[in-house]
Each structure stands twice: as C-alpha cells, then as structure tokens.
Design a protein around this ligand. Sequence first.
Ligand code: ADP
Ligand code: MG
Ligand code: MG
Length: 251
Amino acid sequence: KPFLHVEDLRAVIAETDQEILRGLNLTVNEGEVHALMGKNGSGKSTLAKVLVGHPDYKVTGGKVVFKGENLLEMDPEKRSHAGLFMSFQTPIEIPGVSNMDFMLMSCNARRKALGVPELSPLDFWSFLYPKLQAVNMDPKFLNRNVNEGFSGGEKKRNEILQLAVLEADMAILDEIDSGLDIDALQDVAKAVNNLLTPRNSILMITHYQRLLDFIRPSYVHIMENGTIIKTGDVSLASQLEKEGYRSLSAA
Ligand code: ADP
Ligand code: MG
Ligand code: MG
C-alpha cells in the first residue's frame, strides 16, 4: 500500500524562484524504511520541507499523493493531522510551555482531526507511559519547557517521543544523527526502531552511512542536484562510504 507517492516534483525557493527540486520521483509504501542520502546542498532538506508544506518553497510541478490524498493541497497543519511527521535538523525550543502540555496538545489535536475522543490529562499519562519507555526517556523531561536546555541527543529523543505521541503514519527524519556522539546516536536509533511497525514508514535523511548500521533501510536513494539519481539496497550506502559520492555522479 503506497503511503507517499511523489511524481516529477519540482520546487523553487519562493523568494528567488531558484529551482531546487528538479523532477523528483519517490514512492514509500506502508511499513518501509527509506534512506535518502546525498551531498550537502543536493536538496534533501528542501524535499523534506516541501513535503511538510514549508512556506519558503513553492511547488512548480509534479504531484504528491499521501495516503490517497493530494498532499500539496493541504496546509501544514492538515498534513500533520493526516499523519505526516517531520523531525527538523534543529528542533525548536518553546520557552514557557511544558513538554507535557505540548505533548498532550499535539496528541489531542491529531485525535480531534481523526475523530477519536480526546484524552484527559490522566488518560494521557497512561497513553504516554509506554511511549516514554519505548524511547527510553526519563519522565523528568516532561516537566521541563519544550527542548529548553536539552542536549542535542535529548532534543532528538524528544522529537521521537513526539512522533510516538502523534502515532504518525510516516515520519521524515532529517539528519537525526547530526551532532550526536555514538552513544546518543544508538539511543535515538533504538527509540526509532522501537516505534517501527508494519503499519508506519520512515524517510530517513542522512549524510553518513553510520546511521544505517542502526536503523536498517529497505531502500537507499541517492539525491543529486534536486533529483534521485540512484536507488538500491543498503549496499549502496556501503559503496558510498568506500568510494564517495563521486563514484555515483551522473556527470
Ligand atoms: P541538503 O539538505 O541536501 O544539504 P538543502 O535542501 O538544504 O540541501 O539545500 C539545497 C540547495 O538549496 C542549497 O544550495 C541551499 O543553499 C539552497 N536553499 C535551500 N533552501 C534555501 C532558502 N530558503 N534560501 C536560499 N537557498 C536555499
Ligand atoms: Mg545540509
Ligand atoms: Mg539538509
């Protein structure tokens, strides 16, 4: 069952009309983990941001279907309510809002959109507790303001907790490995693996093969100059590690 289907997607920077995505094709089915790799500046983050509806970009061609619906017609909030989640390269801090309140609010906003009864704070705790365990997060982080003073690894893990709370169908993880030491990386990867089911999918953006040792993708895509130039299995990532991006370049 296709979750995300991207066809010949073109997008420009809204302010300058500079084209970044140049006819990109990608299909992610239910239960699959896809890795998107590519040199700095190849357009990976742009793709992620275009998919969640970031206002800095304008789609100029192609189509995107998410769970049977035209994603490009939805505003960013609706995309999130439809089950698309994105973890940003640098998660934002929200001073004055406790992490617990934030998680409860996001959870109920999605439930409302799905037509499922909202949770009371007490019910939310029973809902949340197993998810805290799945991502191995200390409950003390719930009393703190969202991401305020969190270390890099703690922020990333908090994003994964939010993903768990939203029970998103598809998550786009943009460089969740960036700035993490090997222990923090393994913790975050374990958290992601604990959330993987045959019912959800992940598009994992990374520079390095290292992450793929911990979260095994079904497919690896190489992006260059705004399109996917090669798709393969995990061995493509090892080839990249050994021979560099140059060995795969179209030019
Ligand atoms: P990647 O994530 O693969 O490193 P990006 O998608 O961040 O690549 O960027 C692709 C190219 O588009 C880069 O050259 C970057 O400088 C440019 N770019 C992306 N977003 C913007 C923006 N909002 N304003 C100006 N240039 C941008
Ligand atoms: Mg980059
Ligand atoms: Mg990027």
